[in-house]
Design a protein around this ligand. Structure first.
Ligand code: MGP
Length: 297
């Protein structure tokens, strides 16, 4: 199947696929173990291949999916979801599902009231199925948000996974970016599900324990005069940076600015209604910017 993706999207989609394939448990074949030294195992490759239909060989009847590193959940809010029990969702093909009980839900109850859970998915194929059925950000009403978060993490500062973290964000004037925002959001989602922002899960900490990715979720927000893209992280650098987390956080911001959004490193982006790519801890966001320490890449 020919790919219509280009540049970072193709790179991120491939990363999602190769990450998924690398994550497959190794075969525990016992036949091999029972072989005598020097004996060669005969494998019926044809019989094995006959049962496997991937999306590449059979786009409609495939029976093998490519799992992502983590399952993800899409959430949504807009003026139409506020104060309604049965809101209009942007995904008519997917029925509304209830919010699961996760740590932090109770504390964030007021904030989460209007944010509706749309669907969870855990494979590359399901991601594209969802993507092809949802309204793109450029067509959403003003004051709407898509939140794509790892399953089990709610899009709220109060969640255990977010409470010590922060966010990279960029604000882009609506008029100049109406034609770019859908692609920017797609590339941002692909980088998230492909784990290219912080490739720690594919590394280990030297003791064989996988390191948790810093990323908890990504958001696109539509506002009357601008769009905003945000990447939420589990941790934020402390003033003394004794744990060395600042470098990892900066790596996420640089990847977002250059590889995902396509800007040059060092390119100045700020201006009327536009910001640089900047990081703020959630604790500073809660203080509404008072004495906030922003990092800019
Ligand atoms: P926002 O939507 O992140 O900012 O937060 P924006 O887009 O500048 O503002 P908007 O009014 O145009 O939407 C707006 C406000 O929502 C914050 O000042 C908080 O009061 C509240 N809020 C935002 N977040 C992300 C949270 C959260 O995670 N938890 C809680 N309790 N409140 C939040």
């Amino acid at each position: 199947m020919a790919s219509t993706l280009s540049g970072p999207a193709l790179q991120a989609s491939r990363a999602a696929l190769s990450a998924a394939l690398a994550d497959q448990p190794e075969s525990t074949t016992t036949a091999e173990e029972s072989l005598e030294p020097g004996e060669i195992q005969e494998v019926d490759m044809q019989a094995q291949a006959d049962g496997i239909r991937t999306v590449f060989s059979d786009p409609t009847n495939f029976n093998v999916k490519h799992p992502l590193f983590s399952p993800w959940t899409l959430w949504f809010d807009s003026p139409a979801t506020k104060g309604r029990n049965l809101p209009q969702t942007p995904v008519s093909a997917f029925p509304q599902t209830p919010v699961p009980h996760t740590p932090g839900v109770a504390a964030a109850q007021g904030w989460m009231e209007d944010i509706k859970r749309v669907i969870s998915f855990d494979s590359v194929e399901e991601f594209w199925g969802l993507y092809n059925n949802i309204i793109p950000p450029s067509q959403l009403p003003q004051k709407a948000n898509y939140y794509l978060f790892k399953e089990g993490i709610i899009p709220a500062w109060e969640d255990e996974a977010n409470k010590n973290g922060g966010k990279w964000s960029i604000q882009l004037p609506r008029d100049k970016n109406r034609n770019n925002i859908d692609q920017m959001w797609l590339y941002t989602m692909l980088a998230a599900i492909g784990e290219t922002f912080d490739p720690s899960p594919v590394q280990s900490d030297g003791t064989g324990t996988p390191v948790k990715s810093l990323i908890t979720g990504v958001i696109v927000s539509t506002r009357p005069q601008f769009y905003r893209l945000s990447i939420w992280t589990r941790l934020a650098p402390s003033a003394t940076d004794e744990d060395g987390i600042r470098k990892r956080i900066e790596g996420v911001g640089k990847h977002f600015k250059t590889s995902v959004l396509g800007f040059a490193e060092g390119q100045k982006l700020g201006g009327p209604l536009a910001t640089e790519v900047e990081f703020l801890s959630h604790k500073d966001s809660e203080k509404k910017g008072k004495s906030a320490k922003k990092i800019v890449v």
